[in-house]
Design a protein around this ligand. Sequence first.
Ligand code: FAD
Length: 446
Amino acid sequence: MTGGAGALEERSYWSDTVSGSANALAADVPAAVSDAQRAPLPQRVDVAVVGGGITGLSAALALARRGISVAVLEAHSIGWGASSRNGGMVLTGLKLDAATLLARYGRELARELFRASVESVDLVEQLVRAERIECQFSRGGHLALASKPGHYAGFERAAELLSREFNHVTRLVPRAALRAELGSDIYHGGMVDEASGGINPAQYVAGLARVAQAAGATLHAGARVQCLERLGPRWRVTTARGTLEAGEILVATSGYTGAVTPALRRRLLPVGSYIIATEPLPEPLARELSPTGRMMYDSRHFLHYFRLTPDRRLLIGGRARFVPETERTVRESAAVLRQGMLAIYPQLRGARVEYAWGGTLDFAFDTMPHAGCIDGYHYALGYAGHGVALATYLGTKIGAAIGTSELGANPFGRLPFRGAPLGLHLGKDWVLPLVAAWYKILDWVD
Ligand SMILES: Cc1cc2nc3c(=O)[nH]c(=O)nc-3n(C[C@H](O)[C@H](O)[C@H](O)COP(=O)(O)OP(=O)(O)OC[C@H]3O[C@@H](n4cnc5c(N)ncnc54)[C@H](O)[C@@H]3O)c2cc1C
């Protein structure tokens, strides 16, 4: 696996950049917050948030700032889920391209949805600056890369649509000019969007936890929610650490959504995504790989996403396995990802891979984020790989709106949220391999 001697760490690289971290697969939060996470549960709160990632913490911050009592209930440690394990790409746009957004939702709603994605990046920047969250945020843009010649023609159409319909400026990079953007010859051109940024996600989620807690939210680790029961106008919430009553519930469990909220579970596809990170690279090599330091991803369905870390490692991820992460899938995916890395950058043959990890993404069946109310509780999820910015946005919006007439104002709340086509769902073992096979076919024909 490695290019030289040295052990491969099967844990998130980002977790090693956060003090007090000791988790196998993900980051933990600083010691001060961890102590408070062991505090007893309150008996009653206005709002109980299920899930302590970016969605839950952003919502808790907004609620606490309004003087509303809020407890964040997290099954593992705060930030344990995708929020601390991702690629740290703070991206404009949605998983669906501009043409699909317009065709599916019409001009007005498509514009609102796209605008929200751009605002979500601004919101991350504002939060980081206003709350002094040290998380290496930088607004260096992203570069989408055409894996096939026909995909570059698609970029040309997309750039024109983005400008005309969404007033959003991007820049096309033809194949001949691509060396100014990356040290690889395998792509057929690219499209730069300067509005995106990069972040250290474990430091970001730890910072959100600190700020939410300072605003008055209580954070509870090891408090897996086991049952949600309606008691007249209130809820009884049973957790692994005891019971509490809440006026409102927000479910923010993303790709880890389980049996406690069956209506949400039926509407989501949990997808394993995996990442490796090399040893720190010599400066000239790092500059050759990514002269501009942008966040990069290619145009396949089974895509690769890659970037430099601030200490000059190449971090590359992909949907190498279409199943949620386990130790075995992390190890197997690391080997697949290294092959992918060398296909893009043969110059990394001698570079040691030091970290490998995985996490679970959440896809709705229409590949769009969703926020609203179902079975009496609130939810926000379905980010489809765009959650660093959009989970901040939707968490903040819902936290600001619970208990007000503004709840429906968010454009994602207006999208129909349907279950799996033909009633297929994920209790059935053969569904994910079927979806994986479908994506492979799409990559072959597309
Ligand atoms: C490998 C990987 C790479 C990614 N890269 C990017 C990227 O570069 N850019 C980007 O924008 N997005 C990326 N994403 C997606 C992004 O990380 C997520 O969309 C985002 O973090 C979702 O945040 P969240 O708070 O909704 O969910 P999570 O951070 O997943 O948190 C959900 C939490 O709910 C908890 N939970 C579940 N059930 C219960 C229960 N019953 N009781 C209590 N707690 C419970 C879980 O333990 C978990 O901690 C990536 C994801 C992965 C996995």
